[in-house]
Design a protein around this ligand. Structure first.
Ligand code: TYM
Length: 568
């Protein structure tokens, strides 16, 4: 199905690799040759076939040799980009740990792929801190229903995990990447989109929303500049297909979307001093990024380079969704600049009805007789596809699928069903949106300390072997991130003053883990630990005895894992 002859693609898309030979991560973009990262055109292609294409600004499905647009092949994307597909075992573990039935978008495979979500579950299990990070490029005054997917999902994750969340509004990105938009427009859209996002119900105590134009400075800017110094142009070009005429603002922008994933970009959230230096222990707090798969290329750059920061950060974890298809059918992504492609959250009931009736691609047959005889195709029927996103009842979805397939349910009936569900969704949103005042907006967008609870019942780590002093640790700290900032800072200083304990599995992994400040999980091997080694930081530790190094390690992070032996 994949035709690699069309070369107007980022290098990630044109590297054909046998799945069995793929490493956990694809080749670092830095390792690609100029030829591999070049952005050749498809002019002169002899067949009509075109490869599917996905980047953060445009997506298009593959076209076959006859010129038919195909559905997105998400498994192929996952294979090419070396992400992991979400499987039942992961969902079962999620349910076991959180006590929550997986969201319908997980059950139905709409969030289909991830990068190291399992490590986030490890941290949740142990009560170790992490945060959520997602975003929106404010290109218009209202979001469409596709944009609400990652936000509704992120809100659900925030409720389940009870962790801090940052939401980045990339008004600078939209200014740089869209021709007819001014800085002032982009800032206005950011405010309007922020009000849309607040309407999704995020808990204000745990949520910080910001516009790049207004917030980036201080520690965020330091991270962004430091990160951009690690990022050669050919990596950015390999990821996004930029060329010599690309404006330099665009070339530099990815370092901002990446720097947003560093916990140190938000000193106020953790109680760090914004006027002091960025804190190594804060840098060690990882994030989980929910988004549609189009945003992944940014975070490939992040994951390739985050360990090279002066205060190394663990690789960000991701959870990816498919695209809610455009009204016109499979292979399209809704676009904020094409009103007929999408239902907008500002649409009236009538608009919703008109758009679905007029534009929604149908999987029905040409005539009613044929439909009754042969049945419809729910897999390409847009109204049915929308119902799979917005109707929670699994049994009802199955009933609709079967009835449509057998011809018992007609296209018009499916459309009517969809219109009602979508009108309710949009109306409910609009009711909540009306309650978001400028004052409420200001509260969410003010940098401040956040409050969260984390896992209320983390597993206790194995009892540590005591340090040579023989003194018993008075408190074996196993609780989750504390509920209040005060309690949190108490826990941090308490942990720092605790006596060090030797890891049961030998102290070498623990020392390395402590020096790299990266998470150690059940899958971490010794070879990987050594690879992660930050020679500068180890150099500065070389002359020190081991125990103080262990004691100063991030208590909820590397050391806790190291206490389990490092490779448990
Ligand atoms: P943007 O504004 O293009 O999209 C916002 C979020 O919506 C997802 N998305 C969709 N999801 C399902 N179906 C669709 N049809 C659909 N269209 C868009 C996007 O993947 C995204 O998650 N550069 C980003 C802003 C950003 C960001 C982030 C996004 C900054 N940091 C971290 C995600 C995570 C942008 O322009 O998103």
């Amino acid at each position: 199905m994949f035709n690699v002859s069309s070369l107007s693609l980022p290098a990630y898309l044109i590297m054909a690799e046998e799945p069995s030979k793929q490493a956990a991560e694809p080749p670092a973009v830095a390792n690609l040759s100029l030829a591999e990262t070049a952005n050749a055109g498809i002019v002169g292609d002899k067949t009509k076939a075109v490869e599917q294409h996905i980047d953060p600004w445009s997506v298009s499905a593959a076209v076959d040799e006859q010129g038919n647009t195909l559905s997105f092949d998400y498994e192929a994307i996952s294979k090419k980009w070396s992400t992991s597909l979400i499987d039942q075992a992961l969902l079962d573990r999620f349910e076991r740990l959180t006590g929550h039935k997986p969201h319908r978008w997980l059950r139905r495979g709409l969030f289909f792929s991830h990068r190291e979500f399992n490590l986030i579950l490890d941290r949740y299990e142990k009560g170790q801190p992490f945060f959520l990070y997602t975003g929106r490029g404010p290109s218009s005054g209202s979001m469409h229903i596709g944009h609400t997917i990652p936000f509704a999902f992120t809100k659900w994750l925030q409720d389940v995990f009870d962790v801090p969340l940052v939401i980045m509004l990339t008004d600078d990105e939209k200014f740089l990447f869209k021709e007819n938009i001014t800085v002032e427009d982009a800032k206005k859209f950011a405010d309007e989109n922020a009000m849309d996002i607040i309407s999704m119900g995020f808990d204000q105590k745990k949520t910080f929303i910001y516009s790049d134009f207004r917030y980036i400075g201080g520690h965020f800017y330091e991270n962004s500049v430091e990160f951009s110094k690690l990022l050669p142009f050919n990596q950015v070009r390999g990821a996004f297909g930029f060329d010599n005429s690309t404006n330099t603002g665009r070339i530099d922008f990815p370092s901002k979307q990446c720097a947003a994933a560093f916990a140190t970009s938000y000193p106020h959230i953790w109680g760090d001093d914004p006027d002091g230096n960025r804190q190594k222990k804060t840098a060690a707090i990882p994030c989980l990024i929910p988004c549609a798969i189009d945003q992944d290329p940014y975070f490939r750059l992040l994951r390739d380079n985050s360990h090279r920061m002066k205060n190394p950060s663990p690789k960000a974890a991701l959870i990816h969704s498919k695209f809610l298809t455009a009204l016109q059918g499979p292979g399209g992504k809704m676009s904020a600049s094409d009103p007929t492609s999408a239902i907008f959250m500002s649409d009236s009931k009538k608009d919703v009805q008109k758009k679905i009736n007029k534009f929604a691609f149908s999987g029905g047959r040409a005539t009613m007789e044929e439909h009754r005889q042969f049945g419809g195709n729910p897999d390409v029927d847009v109204p049915f596809q929308y119902l799979t996103y917005f109707l929670d009842d699994d049994a009802e979805i199955e009933r609709l699928r079967t009835a449509y397939k057998s011809g018992e349910m007609l296209t018009g009936e499916m459309k009517q069903y969809c219109i009602k569900v979508m009108q309710d969704y949009v109306e409910d949103f609009q009711t909540k949106r009306k309650q978001v005042t400028p004052q409420i907006l200001k509260e969410y967008m003010t940098p401040r300390r956040l409050q969260w609870g984390g896992n209320p019942n983390p597993v206790k780590p194995a009892a540590p072997i005591q340090a040579q002093s023989g003194k018993k640790s008075s408190k074996s700290k196993t609780s989750s991130t504390p509920a209040t900032p005060a309690a949190q800072s108490e826990s941090q200083s308490e942990a720092a003053s605790q006596p060090a304990s030797l890891p049961s599995g030998g102290n070498l992994p623990a020392v390395i883990a402590a020096s790299t400040n990266a998470p150690v999980t059940s899958e971490t091997t010794m070879a990987e630990l050594v690879q992660r080694l930050d020679l500068d930081s180890v150099g500065s530790l070389a002359a020190q005895p081991v125990l103080p190094v262990l004691a100063s390690a991030q208590p909820n992070h590397s050391l806790a894992a190291a206490q389990d032996g490092g490779t448990k």
